[in-house]
Design a protein around this ligand. Structure first.
Ligand SMILES: NC(=O)c1ccc[n+]([C@@H]2O[C@H](COP(=O)([O-])OP(=O)(O)OC[C@H]3O[C@@H](n4cnc5c(N)ncnc54)[C@H](O)[C@@H]3O)[C@@H](O)[C@H]2O)c1
Length: 339
């Protein structure tokens, strides 16, 4: 089996590559990644990099010729590559549409021209739903993206759907909820809180921190993608699957839980809320459970403990990123501000 993974040097992609490499010793894995600020070759263990089962291509998913060549030599494609940070998308949205929509267009077009391909797993996001109109949120929940990131991912999600309907591409659309775990960039809220707490600095919370998310540990997501990759085609192709835990926790609760687990003296400071903030998310995972028997296995308490341990043991990985803790975005007057 030859698996092409786009965006494999990022947070979820690198966890998935390592998971696949360990679980399937005969698989060949090809990663295509542009190594933007979010991609990091250190995310791959050295033994994996040295292995002849692993090939790395530094390149852009918008490069049709390169993508066509790599897809034509793969059996399955898992497409993670994207610009992923909501707050950055409020500062500079153009590259979100270019990477997330046009990059997905390049991948889906290559898939269309590769009839031998077994399946194409497109990694979408729960952000496409916007705030919950009802909970738990199933896959039929209206798509009401509230930020440029979410709308770009929504465009990509619907592009893949339309290619399945029009050209019959063997796509599976996955909508993970909020992932956390080792190797997540410090711009994202859980690692940001962890490193702030480890350094005994204030945790900055947007709004009153009452907005909830369905937090899922990254290995649970990897297992879900694995099952979708190997299930009988008729159970998954052409379908959309949420990957979440069915449990919601507010950001302020996460902050307090982390401070307690780390036993940190840091305080919590509330600042103005971010525009487009999603107020509530809680997934229904009934569709993926019925199709492939997946259920989340890691509780938020266990997952946070594992994540804290990883950041405690990998200061060399995250200290280089501390300067990126502040993220620029544009306010309603078009002024750039840093949060
Ligand atoms: N992290 C989450 O909570 C979450 C939740 C739901 C969905 N997702 C989706 O999962 C996927 C992976 O998310 P992540 O958190 O690992 O993101 P990430 O930002 O950590 O990684 C993204 C990767 O894509 C690469 N990339 C960016 N632009 C590229 C381009 N033009 N060509 C090739 N590679 C490019 C980056 O170098 C990086 O390695 C994304 O599609 C994201 O939308 C993430």
């Amino acid at each position: 089996m030859r698996v092409l993974v786009t965006g494999g040097a990022g947070f979820i992609g690198s966890n998935f590559v390592e998971y696949l490499w360990k679980r399937y010793p005969h698989y060949k894995i090809v990663v295509l990644d542009a190594l933007t600020y979010a991609g990091n070759p250190d995310n791959f263990p050295q033994s994996l990099k040295n292995s002849d089962r692993f090939t790395f291509w530094q390149g852009d998913v918008r490069d049709h010729a390169l993508v066509q060549d790599l897809v034509s030599r793969a059996d399955v494609v898992v497409h993670f590559a994207a610009e992923t940070h909501v707050a950055r998308s409020i500062f500079d949205d153009r590259k979100f549409y270019e990477t997330d929509v046009l990059g997905t267009h390049a991948v889906a077009s290559a898939v269309m021209r590769s009839p031998h391909l077994d399946r194409f797993i497109h990694i979408s996001t729960s952000e496409v739903y916007g705030s919950a109109r009802r909970v738990p949120m199933d896959e039929a929940h209206p798509l009401e993206p509230t930020t440029p990131y979410a709308s770009a991912k929504c465009g990509a999600d619907r592009l893949v759907y339309s290619y399945h309907i029009t050209y019959g591409i063997p796509s599976v659309i996955v909508r993970p909820f909020n992932n956390y775990g080792p190797r997540q960039h410090l711009e994202k809220v859980i690692p940001r809180f962890i490193v702030k707490a480890l350094q005994k600095e204030e945790l900055i919370v947007h709004g009153r921190g009452e907005h909830t998310r369905d937090w899922i540990y990254v290995t649970d997501t990897c297992k879900a993608i694995d099952l979708l990759l190997h299930a009988p085609k008729d159970k998954v192709v052409g379908k959309v699957f949420n990957v979440g835990t069915g449990r919601e926790t507010s950001v302020i609760e996460i902050a307090r839980l982390l401070l307690e687990l780390i036993d940190s003296p840091s305080g919590i400071t509330l600042v103005k809320d971010r525009p487009g903030q999603v107020s509530r998310h809680r997934a229904s995972y009934q569709a993926i459970e019925s199709a492939v028997g997946w259920r989340p296995q890691v509780s938020i308490e266990e997952g946070l403990k594992e994540t804290i341990e990883w950041y405690k043991g990998h200061g060399d990985w995250w200290k280089k990123l501390l300067w990126m803790l502040k993220v620029p975005f544009r306010n309603e007057k078009g002024e750039a501000i840093w949060l």
